[in-house]
Write a protein that binds this ligand. Structure first.
Ligand code: NGO
Length: 515
């Protein structure tokens, strides 16, 4: 071969190599973050995660060690690299470092600053939760699954970030169809990815009672024995519930237990005859009607029952809230309803918890610290605000995860309308209801009711891809939210959903890629 041809060969080979080698990411602002951080700036270089990377945490801060171990676990899962965790007395010169710094007012309670340099990545926050969210942002700069053992590169730069609302959550109805501890843990893992911090468990309804109450064992023995459609139901033992609470706590997610009352109580009324005004036990119910059952509001035993239930659950729940339900008590006379909710509030307060209730509870005399969950009735909700309550925004026409996406949806219901992915995203909690402003709002919650949802595939299909949108509504300031750019970021998350084996709805409104 003469020299010219050799050169040519060389150049062609180099070009070929360049085309085949994945491009090193160098522009952090191009990452598809969800929720969108308050600010992202790029410095145009790359940081390499390799088998020698160490995750350091500020010595002596136990909660940070959890996050460091969690982050290492995720990086190992992504890459198969061996990543170790160590305590550090001072900022290291290389590696990933998690640190609590108390002096950044703008970041508030849950904010963080993530700095990605060429040699060192730091996550600084005022709290352990903030560091956890910084770690989630860092993880979103990487794929969910990479080639085994291969070093990973991350674009350098800074994200400074903090949430719009203190409460960002979802609700899972485990009463209409039961979901196992493992299922709930998977939901918790997926919430954590999107910086959600609350999981409300709807633990009782007409069709099932799902948590063991030691002083009233028939609640689960009888009331937990079935579900919608006649399946075998199930329930959490107190140990199961504690396991869920712990798992959530490690991911900075608060569990909010709900016992729905005085309506939606057929499972309890079937378990104990004495809770009925006529003293006769009801039959177990496996249909999907609502509004036909009520506890007997003028019997003493009703309040003994409520007190036993509240005290046992409160003792297992480190979070500040207890949800008393209170929705659709159509067969409870108005005065009886108000009397009941007033008495139940006293009981909840006695056991050290703050009250959550569906918007109907605004008809009672709300005690201080109560949160009214807006799902349906604007008048109830504004009445709650006038009585000094905070509002949790779960508007059924926008935020119900059980609503059909469109007229072709096979799962879910449509009484509150269709909720396509854009409709789920394009609303602002602070302007949706006249008379309810940002100052009144605790946060956003997207509930999943499970009349038609029987297993995890169905659950995931209803939850994804709407959930990341609700997470962004709760986290990101409205000025930084826009459907046209959000849908492109969401499209990029399609690959993440696939790699996480999430069975999601491929809305035609989102330009999903070919993965
Ligand atoms: C309503 C009702 C629930 C249903 C749900 C179905 C509230 C707060 N109560 O929401 O019992 O399961 O709709 O979408």
């Amino acid at each position: 071969m003469n020299n010219k041809i050799k050169w040519l060969f060389g150049i062609v080979a180099l070009l070929f190599l360049a085309a085949c080698t994945p491009k090193t990411p160098t522009d952090l602002t191009q990452t598809s973050f969800i929720p969108q951080p308050a600010s992202v700036t790029a410095t145009g270089d790359a940081y390499k995660v390799s088998a020698s990377t160490v995750i350091y945490f500020q010595a002596g801060v136990e909660g940070l060690e959890h996050t460091a171990v969690y982050l290492a676990g995720q990086l190992i899962e992504i890459s198969g690299l061996t990543i170790s965790v160590q305590a550090a007395e001072k900022v290291p010169s290389r590696g990933i470092y998690l640190e609590i710094t108390g002096n950044d007012v703008e970041l508030g309670n849950e904010g963080y600053e993530l700095n990605i340099g060429k040699k060192l990545v730091t996550i600084k926050a005022g709290s352990e939760a903030g560091c956890f969210y910084g770690a989630q942002t860092l993880l979103q700069t990487l794929p969910v699954k990479a080639a085994d053992g291969e070093a990973l590169t991350i674009a350098t730069g800074t994200a400074r970030d903090y949430p719009e609302y203190a409460y960002r959550g979802t609700m899972l109805d485990v009463a209409r169809h039961f979901f196992s501890v493992e299922d709930v843990k998977r939901v918790i893992d997926l919430l954590a990815v999107y910086k959600m911090n609350a999981l409300h468990l709807h633990l009782s309804d007409d069709q099932g009672w799902r948590i063991e109450i030691k002083s009233w064992p028939m609640l689960t023995e009888i009331g937990g024995s079935t579900e919608v459609g006649g399946g075998e139901g199930g329930f959490y033992t107190q140990e199961d519930y504690a396991e869920i609470v712990d798992y959530a706590q490690e991911r900075h997610i608060t569990i909010i237990p709900e016992i729905d009352m005085p309506g939606h109580t057929n499972a309890a009324l079937a378990s104990y005859a004495e809770l009925n005004c006529d003293g006769k036990a009801r039959k177990l119910y496996t249909g999907t009607d609502v509004g036909f059952s009520t506890l007997c509001t003028d019997k003493d035993i009703t309040y003994r029952f409520v007190e036993d239930v509240v005290s046992e659950i409160a003792a297992l729940t480190p979070g500040p809230w207890f949800h008393v339900g209170g929705d659709e008590s159509h067969v409870t006379a108005h005065d009886d309803y108000v009397y009941f909710v007033n008495r139940v509030q006293e009981i909840v307060v006695k056991y050290g918890k703050k009250i959550f209730g569906w918007d109907e509870i605004a008809n009672a005399n709300l005690v201080e610290g109560t949160t009214v969950q807006f799902w349906d009735d604007v008048e109830n909700t504004t009445m709650g605000v006038e009585k000094g309550a905070k509002v949790l925004m779960s508007p059924s026409a926008r935020a119900y995860l059980d609503m059909h996406y469109d007229s072709t949806s096979l799962l879910g219901l449509h009484w509150a309308g269709y909720i396509e992915v854009d409709h789920a995203y394009t609303w602002d909690p602070a302007t949706l209801v006249e008379g309810v402003t940002k100052e009144n709002i605790l946060g956003v919650e997207a509930p999943l009711w499970t009349e038609t949802i029987t297993d995890m595939d169905e659950l995931e299909y209803m939850v994804f891809p709407r959930l990341p949108g609700y997470a962004e509504i709760g986290w990101t300031a409205p000025a930084l939210r826009d459907w046209e750019t959000y849908k492109l970021r969401l499209a990029d998350h399609g690959k993440r959903f696939e790699d996480l084996n999430i069975d999601f709805y491929r809305s035609a409104l989102v330009p999903w890629g070919e993965y």
